[in-house]
Design a protein around this ligand. Sequence first.
Ligand code: COI
Length: 361
Amino acid sequence: MTTPTIELKPSANPLSAAEREAILANPGFGRHFTDHMVTIKWTEGRGWHDGQLVPYAPLSLDPATMVLHYAQEIFEGLKAYRRPDGSVATFRPEKNAQRFQSSSRRLGMPELPVETFIEACDALVKQDQDWVPAHGGEESLYLRPFMIATEVGLGVKPANEYLFIVIASPAGAYFPGGVKPVSIWVSEDRVRAVPGGMGDAKTGGNYAASLLAQAEAATKGCDQVCYLDAIERKWVEELGGMNLYFVYGNKIITPSLTGSILEGVTRDSLLTVARDLGYEAEEGRVSVDQWQRDSENGTLTEVFACGTAAVITPVGTVKRAGAEWQQSGGEPGEVTQRLRRALLDIQRGTAEDVHGWMHTL
Ligand code: COI
């Protein structure tokens, strides 16, 4: 497979420095986008071609473009951080590139070479590096690589043309309340993914499937929905867009990858960071009954959510049909805060990168 070169066509009309700085002062999450994007095409018989770094702009798609009908789409999320010396680095981009390949296989799409994925992210961050927020705060530049089926037609089959795109968005805290504990509604009737389905692929369909349950969580006064397994409706899987960790004193546990859970890069990194800090870190099964019982008897000391967008967010109130309880008195727990600090220190370049996770540009 040949790697396409990425040709630069710079924006003739980028935002002014003053406009950009105004956005960076309060970016929110996913509301503003940088001046450029990378696009690479794939065509059957030709492979990857026409890599371009072009001005950020709307796409023009035929109404019969396949992705609009059958949702053959995958995406990723990773972040670029400003380091104390002003340089910029991304966190474990090869993990996202590998997961992108595995999502491609699940959805019958072509696999983008890992080095092309990383090169595309690097090219965009280099071009728009003034959009990477200053070192020292919570903010970073969120990269959103994605791929859509662009063949035109209504036959249900894997498309013969695709478009890979990377866009970038300066990002603050994912939840509007910042790093305050979030509340969780445990959905016992709606499921996110089934065995043999595509729950372990990062595809828009999984997120579409989560929206109704997420809206139900909001009607219960909660920020996020938590899904249980589809068969026994008993085992905790993940939240609408992030993984979960349970803290039992000195031990942290996250649900095992059963095939219907997304393999989060933050989830994976925390298994290592926690062991580095002297905690026991395990993958295992936690039932919702155990979650409630152990919170009530005090052995389950903290719960937190994790993901690229959410980083590590403490869980406060938990509700399920007929019950409600609080984790760590509704305050961020000590272990949660320690892990959060340790991970962010590596990502922002203020702690030694002993595992070689940071990719400098
Ligand atoms: C991420 O954490 O990068 C996600 O993809 C979660 C969400 C914003 C979809």
